[in-house]
Design a binder for this molecule. Structure first.
Ligand code: FAD
Length: 460
């Protein structure tokens, strides 16, 4: 348990009203989207960079582990408290510090909700491209720590591509500033790219300077129905092998389609639809017909049942709401979803989805696959009953086989969710021992006593 001295030091640094060690608050901050729970010893709500630095210095002096936290929407246990740790919640650091449309940048604190950044930018004719499905409530600090992404990544890239610079506090309480305010800059090592995606294990991010782009004039959406996964994913390959880059290229298998039926978004699908693509193009209004024609030509092929366009704005909102609801909607199938977020080369997608279905059948498991097909990034959800020990054992065997296949295809364990606690055991299969040792050495430079988010990212 936290010592009285440490608790008093936190209270003196933040004020008693921002330090909670009562049972209710500790219970509230005991989990993220993963099913596991670990109660922290206390929860702290700093309001500024200086307060974060003070918290880390106290933790360093008293050797207290810290678990940084945004909205707790992560699905790999990244914000799950380690035993005996103190949660540092960034919910009260949600100021936009600077908005500079002329230089297409915005400076924000880590607690700002992602969607708010995009909303503000659009008011000035700009936009912030990274669009995780959770953008209405997740926070930019969590996005930075996990290098979050969304459907637009196929054209616009991931969070890391929009970070110009960071202000942060290392595990021994030092302030660091990385990067610059300009879109070019090569002075020194690129610590910005190192911190983004580091899962809160190297430093607590207290400020981010983000790059914005001019907002596209118009967007057009296609809903494309196929007789099966193979025909849909072959079409993805053809789309990615021509010159018009879609700004979204999302795939749903037949179980994912069934999961969105309650929303009404699948009511008018042609009979026999077993796989669906949502394809979007954006740009100048006058250029959209050319883009859509090129995409339709690439999508045409065996197994295509229907390509529907001409959606109203409301239709498009409903389609995307249905797509975004999938993460929770699949829980109708079974109470626990073992949610993987693997990536394989686009050319391997069709064969890989066959392998997933075959593996799930062999282990008598329900599996739902959907995701950002244009990036080869699939959310593979094994749907299980956690009280059924036999089913859980079969799920773990299936998962092992799927991960091995991903790596043998030249893929990677996680495209956007990160490693957290949940995927640590697979890391040595992707990263060789020498490289892992170097990563551990880097961690020691930033965090000599291993107090920042212990038990995450690295295998035991
Ligand atoms: C319905 C749903 C849909 C989702 N869709 C997507 C998607 O499309 N794409 C995607 O990438 N993810 C998605 N996610 C996962 C999740 O929303 C993202 O990982 C998001 O980036 C987490 O943000 P958060 O604020 O909830 O962070 P948290 O879950 O609280 O924390 C995530 C990690 O960031 C660390 N962290 C938080 N703040 C800081 C900080 N200031 N400094 C250092 N470390 C910090 C935490 O320790 C933790 O390791 C989805 C989740 C849900 C529930």
């Amino acid at each position: 348990m936290l010592s009285d001295r440490a608790l008093a030091a936190f209270r003196s640094a933040l004020g008693a009203e921002r330090v909670f060690d009562d049972a209710a608050t500790r219970a509230l901050y005991a989990c993220d989207e993963t099913p596991r729970r670990v109660e922290p010893d206390a929860v702290l709500f700093p309001t500024s960079h200086d307060e974060v630095a003070a918290v880390v210095r106290i933790a360093f002096e008293h050797r207290i582990a810290l678990t940084p936290r945004g909205a707790g929407s992560g699905n790999v246990g990244g914000a799950l408290p380690s035993p005996g740790s103190v949660v540092v919640s960034f919910e009260c650091m949600r100021r936009v510090l600077e908005f500079d449309p002329a230089n297409r940048l915005i400076v924000v604190e880590p607690g700002v909700v992602t969607e708010e950044i995009d909303r503000l930018a659009r008011g000035a004719g700009l936009f912030y491209p990274p669009d995780p499905g959770s953008s209405a409530y997740c926070r930019i600090g969590g996005n930075l720590a996990m290098n979050a992404a969304g459907p637009r990544a196929v054209k616009y890239g991931v969070t890391r591509d929009y970070v110009l610079g960071l202000r942060a506090v290392t595990g021994d309480g030092r302030e660091i500033r990385t990067g610059c305010r300009t879109t070019k800059g090569v002075t020194g090592y690129d610590l910005t790219r190192l911190l983004v995606g580091s899962g809160g294990t190297l430093a607590l991010i207290t400020e981010a300077t983000l790059k914005l782009l001019p907002a596209p004039e118009a967007v057009a959406t296609l809903r494309v129905c196929f007789a099966g996964n193979h025909s849909a994913l072959d079409a993805v390959g053809r789309v990615m092998h021509q010159s018009v880059m879609p700004c979204a290229l999302e795939f749903m298998d037949h179980r994912a389609i069934d999961a969105i039926r309650p929303t009404g978004a699948a009511d008018d699908l042609p009979p026999g639809t077993r796989a669906l693509l949502m394809v979007e193009a954006d740009g100048a209004t006058a250029d959209l017909p050319r883009q859509i024609a090129a995409l339709e030509a690439a999508l045409a092929g065996d197994g295509l049942l229907e390509t529907k366009s001409g959606f109203t704005r409301d239709d498009i909102t409903r389609l995307w709401a249905a797509r975004k609801s999938l993460s929770h909607a699949v829980k109708q199938i079974a109470p626990l979803k073992i949610n993987e977020d693997v990536v394989v080369p686009v050319s391997e997608l069709a064969g890989f989805v066959d392998f997933i279905d075959h593996t799930a059948n062999a282990h008598r498991l329900a599996v739902v696959s959907f995701g950002h097909a244009g990036n080869g990034n699939l959310h593979v959800n094994l749907m299980v009953h956690p009280d059924d020990a036999d089913e859980m054992e079969r799920a773990h065997l299936a998962l092992d086989a799927i991960m091995l296949r991903v790596l043998s295809l030249g893929g990677t364990l996680s495209g956007e969710h990160g490693i957290g606690t949940e995927k640590r055991r697979f890391v040595p299969r992707e990263i060789d021992p020498v490289t892992l040792d170097l990563m551990r050495a880097i961690k020691r430079q930033f965090d000599p006593h291993g107090l920042l988010n212990p038990g995450k990212l690295f295998p035991d």
